[in-house]
Design a protein around this ligand. Structure first.
Ligand code: SF4
Ligand code: ZN
Length: 144
C-alpha cells in the first residue's frame, strides 16, 4: 500500500483483517456493522465525528513516502510493459469481449520488463483472468 501523508504508516487496506501493526480493524471500531469502515481512524482526511481512536496511529516520514512512491511507480511501469501481452492473450483466447466465454491457455515470451528472463502467462478458462511470472528472480509476478 502506498504511504501518504495523513494516512497511518500501518494501513494495509481493509481487504485484510488486521493492519501491519496487528490491530484488527473491525474490533477496533466496534459498534454496529452499518458504516463501520467510515469510523476507522487510519486516514485523517476521512475521519468522521466519533471515529474510533487508535494509539498506534503514526504517519510515515518523508523517506518512507518517497520509497513507497518509487515502488508504486516501478510497479506501474511493469504493468504498462506487460499489459499489451495480456491484452493480446485475452484476444487470442476469446476473453476480450464482455460476456464472452473464452478458453484457457499458456504462453511464453521474452520478458519486456527485465529483458533477460522468460515471461510465462496463463489465462484461466473460467473467467479469463491471467497470472504470470518471469523466470528472473525478483522480476514480475502477478495474479489477477
Ligand atoms: S490507525 Fe491503528 S488500526 Fe489504523 S492502520 Fe494505524 S495502527 Fe492500524
Ligand atoms: Zn523479467
Amino acid at each position: 500500500m502506498t504511504k501518504r501523508k495523513g494516512c497511518c504508516r500501518f494501513f494495509n487496506g481493509t481487504v485484510h483483517d488486521k493492519c501491519d501493526a496487528g490491530v484488527n480493524y473491525r474490533q477496533l471500531v466496534g459498534g454496529p456493522d452499518v458504516g463501520w469502515l467510515t469510523r476507522l481512524p487510519c486516514h485523517k482526511k476521512y475521519r468522521i465525528d466519533g471515529y474510533a481512536t487508535c494509539d498506534k496511529f503514526t504517519e510515515p516520514n518523508e523517506k518512507e513516502i518517497a520509497e513507497s512512491q518509487a515502488v508504486e511507480e516501478e510497479s506501474l511501469r511493469h504493468i504498462k510493459a506487460i499489459l499489451p501481452y495480456i491484452n493480446r492473450m485475452k484476444q487470442k483466447y476469446g476473453w476480450d469481449k464482455p460476456r464472452r466465454r473464452g478458453k484457457r491457455g499458456t504462453e511464453q515470451c521474452p520478458c519486456p520488463v527485465c529483458k533477460e528472463g522468460t515471461l510465462k502467462i496463463e489465462i484461466s478458462g473460467t473467467n479469463g483472468h491471467t497470472c504470470g511470472r518471469c523466470s528472473t528472480a525478483g522480476c514480475v509476478n502477478w495474479m489477477e
